[in-house]
Design a protein around this ligand. Structure first.
Ligand SMILES: [Zn+2]
Length: 387
């Protein structure tokens, strides 16, 4: 019997499939190739899954090239495809690296992350905020590609990032004892007018109040008990600023002190107890909602995530990916998870309704058991409401 051709034409292989029942020795090797169709890695190639880059490579016998899984070229016929665990294996085929996906270089995501990291260092190292064009030029990419990549990786525009960085420098300057004008100047604001315009957004108060250690800020708080354990509720003049859940009331109080180290924490009076009762009510019966002003303090990105969470109805869950899509930053899934973890308003900002893509509960700052209990409770409510 003649040796089988190295690259089996498609019709020949098809014929072999139909002949499977009467397998010959040369057919024994063929199912390995056909197996690519059933290999879960092949699905990732078809999906051009960039998270698969670096995990494996594939080569195409008919074109004589090898690619990374995310390659944008037209999908090859799986019959002609071989999967490789390492780049060395792919190279060992003797095929050429694809000119489109550059399988020998760093992955697209890794490259983007490197570009963005360089840009962040540039922003942080300059007194004057670099222009978008200057940043793009410095990292060797077009302005639009750079802007898109930056937003995808950090969840922020370069401009927002620069503003957040300078606000942080002002805060650090004020805390370390600089005068207000010094701190503003050192952070790269050439006119204090520009800074004052935005100071309340950035510091939550005027710079002078901030320098005094937030002594003008009074935080009222009270501890309570729910069916899920201890609860601490705290409010500023603007609204409810913290809702913390836990087993140990003292630990909750310490968390509050850490968050507002310079504020005057005032134990609650009867008025405030009434407000706490409403928050406890929300934990017990999520469907009643919480019609109280919130004092949400976070970065622009965190605030966008938290707003999206507040729009998730009782009894529903969403994935981190879905939230990332809803706030228009589809690539910032990890940053979304970070913002969920940084939530200070348990239940009122329902980060417990965010689960992993596969529906698994994932983490919860106040304990996975509480997350499960809250979701079970809400699921029961929705069943009742639909009856
Ligand atoms: Zn390719």
């Amino acid at each position: 019997m003649p040796a089988p051709p190295k690259m089996a034409p498609i019709n020949l292989v098809r014929k072999r499939v139909s002949m499977m029942s009467g397998m010959t020795s040369e057919d024994v090797r063929k199912p390995a190739e056909l197996g690519v169709v059933n290999d879960p890695r092949w699905t990732r190639v078809l999906a051009r899954d960039r998270t698969a880059d670096g995990l494996f490579w594939y080569s195409v016998a008919t074109t004589g090239i090898y690619c990374r899984p995310s390659c944008a070229s037209r999908a090859a016929n799986p019959i002609n495809v071989q999967l490789h665990d390492t780049l060395a294996d792919a190279k060992a085929t003797g095929f050429r690296p694809c000119k489109r996906c550059h399988p020998d270089g760093p992955s697209i995501d890794a490259e983007k992350a490197a570009i963005v990291a360089r840009a962040c260092r540039l922003i942080e190292g300059r007194d004057e905020e670099p222009s978008l064009n200057a940043l793009a030029k410095a990292v060797g990419r077009s302005a639009s590609y750079f802007h898109r990549s930056f937003k995808a990786v950090t969840g922020l525009t370069p401009k927002d990032y620069a503003a957040a960085h300078r606000a942080r420098k002002v805060r650090e300057g004020l805390i370390s004892g600089s005068s207000v004008p010094e701190a503003i100047y050192d952070a790269g604001y050439n006119s204090s007018g520009r800074f004052y315009e935005k100071s309340t957004d950035m510091l939550g108060m005027t710079p002078t109040q901030f320098k005094k250690g937030g002594t003008n800020e009074e935080i009222r708080f009270a501890l309570g008990q729910t069916s899920l354990g201890a609860i601490l509720v705290a409010s500023s003049k603007k609204g409810v600023a913290s809702i913390l859940l836990g087993n140990d009331p003292d630990a909750l109080l310490r968390q509050l002190q850490d968050r507002f180290p310079k504020a005057r924490l005032v134990g609650a009076d009867e008025d405030y107890e009434a407000l706490v009762a409403r928050v406890v009510g929300l934990v017990e019966l999520p469907q009643i909602g919480l019609d109280l002003p919130l004092d949400v303090r976070g970065t622009a990105f965190q605030c966008r995530v938290w707003q999206a969470l507040r729009e998730v109805p009782v009894g529903q869950t969403v994935s981190y990916m879905e939230i990332a899509l809803r706030i228009g930053s589809p690539k910032a899934v990890r940053a979304v998870a970070g913002a969920c973890a940084a939530n200070n308003l348990a239940v009122a900002i329902p980060c417990h309704r965010v689960v992993r893509n596969d529906g698994a509960l994932s983490g919860y700052a106040w304990g996975i058991e509480r997350k499960k209990a809250l979701l079970d409770r809400e699921a029961a409510v929705t069943v009742q409401m639909s009856k």
